[in-house]
Design a protein around this ligand. Structure first.
Ligand code: BGC
Length: 856
């Protein structure tokens, strides 16, 4: 063994040791990370400049590049958060082509309702084990963006409107995934809360809101679970693309939180390869061919990028490879994973209403099962997270195997499309024959999807009309809901009981039936507020940002932080959920360490309660929401049993981000500590004097409305004051498009051909929506900037050609075509030359960096 080989072997052993250490917690993991880093030091000397540059972008849709000469293997990356989507045939990142069977767990929005970190960790372990079995090294998840609006098309993939809950659950996933030797890749970092123009939108958000709301969940994950990789988001954050944002990637992620892993771009989310390397973006995915490598070489040649800067990112790639150790993975037992998926779904069911204790239903109850969702479950969302389940339960099958007596099934309504009298009257007949109607309603596949935000929060009209009709013949209706995000319920009075199963994964239907029969006592609690009306949501006036920028004018007042501060009534508050038993809370005592109280199960059956700790400030000081979640504990209790629970305070409990001092601070003074069964159902509270900085040490720049939470009509001037700078200019009118303008902006392009193309695209989208099948490709194209054509075509289209396309769109057709043809030949020539040089250096035993020509 040469000394270099033995060094690498040592590094790998250290990597293995580090990986197992990670299962014991973040701190131990970080020590392991440092050990691995040393092993990468000499590797950068062994690579040619071209090899280094090439390593920083993907080889294909899912693979990184390898340099076997130095023992660097390629990594396989795969979605997604709630199951492994290992594609077998041609790769795409939109859930279009098929993938290997894998367990489809409930989506993050569902799991969040469990408020159970250990369950999240078990899902993570299963994901990690399945990843290893499918040769996947990096699992692209979990997704933990904040639900700024109920309309975000990807809310089903995200946990919560609250950063503390999101961060704790996501950390569980990451610990679990990484305990099996794989890398997790929490995403999308950061402030990525809308799908509209997702790759070409600038999230304009004040620093305090950014830190306290949009970054805190990621901070918890990084500090507690030490992910080996993290995915940057598509959007800009305050004017700079996330993948090349030094404030996000260097100041906050690396310097402040101590992240020492690799930052992976979202697919097609890299903008400027040089800027990414300088700012802290490690790996550009998927494959831009060698065009980004060419740009990096040109930058080194021009002296705007140093080789040392490149080396830092290359070392991060090496470290990522060294930290992955599939030998740590346990065996996969498909049936056991299915049962885990069912247990998770059971713990996540939310009982929203149960008048006169209609539920649980006694054995033998004669039920009519109505609704298309009972036959064809909606159990996951559309897009890159789409999993090919190993098996799939339906409500009909689960009910047939239950103690209930199913008298009839009726489809009731068409999933997409308008009223159907025949189906409706068949359902009414079925209802008449039964004691209880189980009515399966939900959002269809087009209603919530990656790439497309919702425009309203209603259930389809034909479903609501059916409920109204059924209500005329019976008042014993149980609505079972399938939806990955909040819906309005103007129809709530027509249902005696409502069980919300969210998107329950492949075993979700079984879980819901177990709740209906009482085999499982529901213990899910909402991880997002259900407003009475969409218009009540604080982001509503500003969401989604339609032009280049998305302005986060509501500031800190996201979700319940707004409703509880501005005292706006809601349908169901954050943290809410019923049980078949009842819980009583004792007094709470607080000291500097935490809050202690007792919870007693006062009902007749075993059940689990989620006790929630909220903090507010009593003394004057900087503006802040009335209540913020700072801890929670799920306790399972037998009838009559009591538990004494202590929820400890931590570094997040009292802090706020001081804009004046550009740092975290704790204001001295009196705080309110509330213990509740939801944010609005506070059962005990106490006050606590906390030491810290004098309250007036932090000048609060926020204008008046922020003091009361009345943020529904923030003016330009007020928002500019909160931001501490002028608002970015909005684009408008027919204009000159750029490489970063989304294709949808072609509606206003100077070229009539481009305007026609935009029209055709829009009408194709409308057609696919009418058919009830979301076409992810079309959504993606519509919101995608021209730049991504270069970033996602494996080198077939260079950035030079992208610029020519944009020239054509701007009406200069001849100049554009000339550039396109010239660019094609130049790009192909350079690509070929660089590929040949790469192949040549692969053969060399001891390459010299001097001999590599740049591709400038
Ligand atoms: C999504 C990511 C996903 C990636 C790869 C992107 O479109 O935003 O969440 O991991 O594709 O499929």
């Amino acid at each position: 063994m040469t000394s270099r080989e033995s060094h690498r072997a040592e590094a790998r052993t250290e990597a293995a040791a580090a990986s197992s250490a990670r299962t014991r917690g973040g701190l131990a993991a970080r020590a392991g990370h440092a050990a691995v880093k040393e092993g990468t030091a000499t590797m950068t000397d062994e690579l040619t400049l071209l090899e280094k540059a090439a390593l920083l972008s993907g080889e294909s849709v899912w693979e990184t590049r390898s340099v076997p000469r130095v023992g660097l293997r390629a990594l396989n990356l795969s979605d997604g958060p709630h199951g492994i989507r290992k594609q077998l045939g041609s790769g795409d990142h939109l859930g279009i082509n098929g993938s290997a069977p894998a367990t489809c767990f409930p989506t993050a929005a569902t799991v969040a309702n469990s408020w159970d970190v250990s369950l999240a960790e078990q899902i993570g372990e299963a994901l990690g084990a399945e990843a290893a079995a499918l040769d996947v090294d990096v699992v692209l998840g979990p997704g933990l963006n904040i639900k700024r609006s109920p309309l975000c098309g990807r809310n089903f993939e995200y946990f919560s409107e609250d950063p503390y809950l999101s961060g704790k659950l996501a950390a569980g996933y990451v610990r679990g995934i990484q305990s099996q030797g794989a890398s997790a890749c929490p995403k999308h970092f950061a402030a990525n809360s809308q799908e509209h123009r997702r790759m070409a939108s600038d999230s304009v958000v004040d620093e305090r809101t950014l830190r306290e709301i949009y970054l805190t969940a990621f901070e918890i994950v990084v500090r507690e679970a030490a992910p080996k990789a993290i995915m940057s988001s598509y959007n800009k954050v305050n004017g700079v693309y996330a993948h090349e944002n030094p404030h996000l990637l260097q100041d906050v992620l690396r310097d402040e939180w101590g992240f020492d892993g690799a930052v992976v771009s979202d697919w097609g989310g890299s903008n400027d390869a040089e800027a990414a390397v300088k700012a802290g973006g490690t790996l550009e995915m998927p494959s831009p061919g060698l065009d980004s490598a060419r740009q990096l070489l040109a930058a080194v040649e021009a002296g705007t990028l140093t080789e040392a800067e490149l080396d830092v990112r290359v070392a991060e790639m090496r470290t990522l490879v060294d930290r992955i150790d599939p030998s740590l993975a346990r065996k996969v037992d498909a049936q056991a994973e299915h049962e885990l998926a069912r247990r998770v779904a059971e713990a996540s069911q939310v009982l929203l209403k149960n008048d006169d204790a209609l539920l649980p239903l006694a054995a033998g109850t004669r039920v009519a099962v109505i609704g298309d969702f009972a036959e064809t479950p909606r159990y996951q969302g559309a897009g890159s997270s789409l999993v090919n389940p190993t098996q799939l339960s339906t409500a009909r099958e689960a009910l047939d195997g239950s103690p209930l007596a199913v008298v009839r099934y009726a489809q009731g309504f068409r999933r997409t499309g308008g009223a159907d009298e025949a189906l409706a009257s068949e359902a009414v007949d079925a209802a008449r024959e039964a004691d209880v109607v189980l009515l399966y309603l939900g959002l269809d596949e087009t209603s919530e999807s990656e790439g497309n935000d919702r425009t309203h929060m209603e259930l389809p009209l034909n479903q609501v009309e059916l409920l109204n009709r059924l209500r005329q013949s019976t008042d014993r209706i149980v609505v079972v809901l399938s939806a990955g995000s909040a819906v309005e319920m103007p129809w709530i009075d027509d249902a005696r009981a409502i069980v919300h199963g969210y998107l329950g994964g492949q075993a979700g239907a079984e879980a819901t039936v177990n709740v209906l029969t009482g085999a499982v006592n529901p213990s899910g609690r909402l991880a997002e507020t259900y407003p009475l009306h969409l218009e009540d949501n604080p982001s509503h006036p500003y969401y989604p940002g339609k032009e280049t920028s998305a302005e986060y004018r509501e500031g800190l007042y996201v979700g319940y932080r707004y409703y509880s501060t501005a005292e706006v009534p809601v349908l169901f508050p954050f943290g809410y959920g019923l049980s078949y038993t009842t819980f009583a809370y004792g007094e709470v005592t607080v000291d500097a360490e935490g809050a202690t109280f007792t919870v007693t199960n006062t009902g007749a059956v075993e059940g689990a309660e989620v006790a929630q700790l909220y903090v507010g400030r009593v003394s004057a000081g900087v503006h802040r929401p009335a209540r913020e979640l700072k801890g929670f504990h799920k306790a399972r209790l037998a009838p009559g049993e009591s538990a004494t629970i202590t929820i400890p305070f931590d570094e997040y409990t009292f802090r706020h981000f001081s804009v004046a001092n550009d740092s975290w601070a704790v204001e001295a003074g009196e705080y309110w500590i509330g213990i509740g069964a939801s944010v609005e159902d506070i059962r005990a509270f106490a006050h606590l004097e906390v030491a810290g900085r004098a309250a007036d040490a932090d000048a609060d720049p926020a204008p008046a409305p922020y003091a009361t939470g009345a943020v529904g009509a923030i003016t330009d001037a007020e928002f500019a004051t909160l931001l501490g700078r002028r608002l970015p200019e909005l684009e408008g009118g027919r204009r000159v498009l750029e490489a970063n303008s989304p294709l949808l902006a072609m509606h206003e392009a100077r070229s009539p051909l481009a305007r026609l193309a935009a029209k055709v695209l829009r009408s194709l989208i409308a057609r696919s929506e009418r058919k009830g099948k979301p076409d992810l490709n079309l959504y993606f194209l519509y919101n995608m900037p021209f730049r991504a054509i270069g970033k996602m075509t494996n080198g077939a289209v260079s950035m030079e050609m992208v610029d020519s396309i944009v020239t054509m769109v701007n009406g200069r057709h001849l100049a554009g075509i000339g550039g396109l043809i010239g660019g094609f030949f130049r790009g192909a020539r350079t690509g070929k030359r660089l590929a040949a040089e790469l192949a040549e250096s692969a053969e060399r035993p001891t390459p010299s960096t001097d001999s590599v020509r740049t591709g400038a």
